[in-house]
Ligand binder design. Structure first.
Ligand SMILES: [Zn+2]
Length: 554
């Protein structure tokens, strides 16, 4: 026996000498291959979470939520979106497909469809029906997303034995992450229903655990008074509660705490009011826990995938803005929900048996009127005036303005057939519009489709625009406005640009197979899906362009 062991040892030494690798590295490779995969991967997206929400509110966070992920897991501190536009639909698709709108095709939440000559919704699909409601809120599927998610690849790899389920208050936040071959995606139907629904794309009727959840008082129980979690006087990380930069709810004069949700609900679309409060995130956590139990996720050695997108952070940000007390309280409470969720995973799946990552679908700009009060360049764009001036110019120059079919998402779509019939060349019309628009106030850059398809950009906003440009779906002209200039109301925050406030978002990895550490090296959103694929040893999503982050994986 001893002889055999000695021989084996010699063999290992000889092999490693031959490969010129230290033995420790060889051993590591062997253990990596032999390691069993996590029983469950949970991909968490926090809608509109800026990176600095991790740091700004750090003194208010407990040890079991964000801080647990940071203290035990891996923190990518310089993680960015690498395309424009930074919206919810493209964000969720990019996190889970490992690529950008250029390839996955989700170029906006809504966009102008050149073929059918009408606006379409990223998750809209009228070929399927609602399940769980009578209205059309369930007519949804991922059919407009052209590529696979890592959940899809896990379904293929496990011969459909590993489940994938997507959950979010927003339909697109549930559907796009879960992918095409998902077992289910569930989203929240507000109004007077307050229930979780799906579409016939996934199933013909809701499973019993969903019906049970919907008939419980889960949603109803959150129609209560929303006051700050800690004494509001300790919320020194946000602006005064009463200021001119916040929207608020209908039926309440001031956007100040407390908010009596039961009282306000009738004037704010019933159960939909929960979406714009931290309780929407608590309800999402409740439902995610019910899904793990109901679907027995993470109970065997074949990896399941659960995607959870927390939408309330986005609604609160849009309503109250980046520096509001409401956003601070929403993150303090999300931290509690995260702690509760991780504790549940410890018990249900087992500590060390699951892997979680947490990121966002985009960041957000500080309210421009607030920035102006601090003399920081910022402002509001008057799209109507820009559009009218452009139409006047085209009428004078080409004797026709009819060839502007649509202006949306900072893009202009031209009627190419009409341009052709007038004896004009599309490139000439595009160039003329570029030269006209660049003279307009607060338009910083303008590019034509011709430039986008004939130039290979490698840096800057130009590269971000190109990563977001889909030749088949995007417009003829693409505009960029000045930093912190937005098309939005005077209260609340929004997003969509390629600037740091919109691109810089958290990326935390935690749990099985994850190293402890942090990096300031730049990582990009499309790196996430190939990293999870590498961890699982499965194929990368079919069009992924990101790099697996090797330093994250143990
Ligand atoms: Zn948003």
């Amino acid at each position: 026996m001893k002889v055999i062991i000695n021989l084996l040892l010699m063999l290992v030494v000889l092999t490693s000498c031959h490969a010129q690798k230290p033995i420790s590295e060889v051993k590591k490779e062997q253990t990596t291959i032999n390691n069993s995969n996590p029983k469950l991967v949970v991909g968490i997206v926090v809608d509109q979470m800026r990176y600095d929400y991790l740091t700004r509110f750090a003194s208010k966070y407990g040890d079991g939520g964000f801080k647990r992920m940071i203290n035990e897991g891996f923190n990518c501190k310089n993680n960015h979106f690498n395309y424009i536009p930074t919206y919810t639909g493209p964000g969720h698709a990019s996190v889970f497909t490992g690529t950008t709108p250029k390839n996955h095709g989700i170029i906006g939440n809504n966009w102008y469809d050149k073929e059918i000559k009408d606006m379409v919704y990223c998750a809209g699909d009228d070929s399927v029906s609602s399940v769980g409601t009578q209205d059309d809120a369930g007519e949804m599927s991922p059919h407009r997303m052209k590529t696979t998610t890592f959940g899809d690849e896990n379904r293929l790899f496990t011969q459909k034995q590993g489940k994938t389920i997507g959950i979010s208050l927003k339909d697109r936040g549930a559907i796009l992450p879960a992918g095409h071959s998902a077992n289910a995606a569930y989203w929240f139907h507000g109004r007077d229903e307050g229930s979780w629904i799906t579409s016939t794309f996934y199933m013909s009727e809701l499973p019993k655990w969903v019906l049970d959840f919907n008939t419980s008082d889960a949603a109803e129980s959150y129609l209560k008074v929303w006051d700050t979690f800690y004494d509001i006087l300790t919320y020194t990380e946000s602006d005064s509660d009463e200021n001119e930069f916040e929207g608020g709810f209908r039926g309440k004069e001031k956007a100040t705490f407390p908010y009596d949700l039961a009282k306000l609900k009738d004037e704010n679309r019933g159960f939909d009011i929960l979406k714009a409060t931290p309780y929407g995130n608590s309800l999402t956590t409740d439902f995610a826990i019910a899904a793990i139990k109901g679907e027995q996720l993470g109970q065997d050695d074949i990896t399941d995938v659960l995607t959870v997108s927390y939408s309330s952070t986005d609604y609160v940000g849009h309503n109250f803005g980046v520096s509001s007390k409401e956003i601070e309280d929403t993150y303090i409470r999300l931290d509690k929900d995260l702690e509760r969720f991780l504790k549940f995973l410890d018990q249900q799946v087992g500590e060390g048996n699951y892997t979680v990552f947490l990121t966002a679908d985009h960041g957000a700009v500080e309210v421009p009127s607030y920035l102006q009060s601090m003399k920081i360049p910022s402002g509001y764009l008057d799209n109507k005036e820009t559009d009218a001036r452009l139409i006047d110019y085209l009428s004078a120059k080409f004797n026709s303005s009819d060839f502007v079919e649509n202006i949306s998402n900072n893009q202009i779509f031209l009627n190419r057939r009409l341009i052709d019939s007038l004896g004009l060349h599309i490139n000439d019309v595009q160039e003329a519009i570029v030269n006209e628009l660049i003279a307009y106030k607060h338009i910083e850059k303008v590019f034509s489709a011709h430039t986008m398809t004939t130039t290979n950009f490698t840096t800057g906003m130009e590269l971000l625009l190109q990563n977001g440009y889909n030749q088949k779906r995007s417009g003829d002209i693409i505009l960029l406005s000045d930093p912190a200039y937005i098309s939005y109301g005077k209260t609340g925050s929004t997003h969509g640009s390629g600037l740091n406030y919109d691109t810089h978002v958290p990326l935390l990895f935690f749990g099985k197979g994850i190293n402890h550490g942090e990096t300031y090296d730049k990582t990009v959103i499309p790196d996430i899906a190939p990293t999870i694929s590498a961890l699982l040893g499965i194929s990368f999503p079919n069009a992924s362009t990101g790099q697996p982050l090797g330093f994250v994986i143990d």
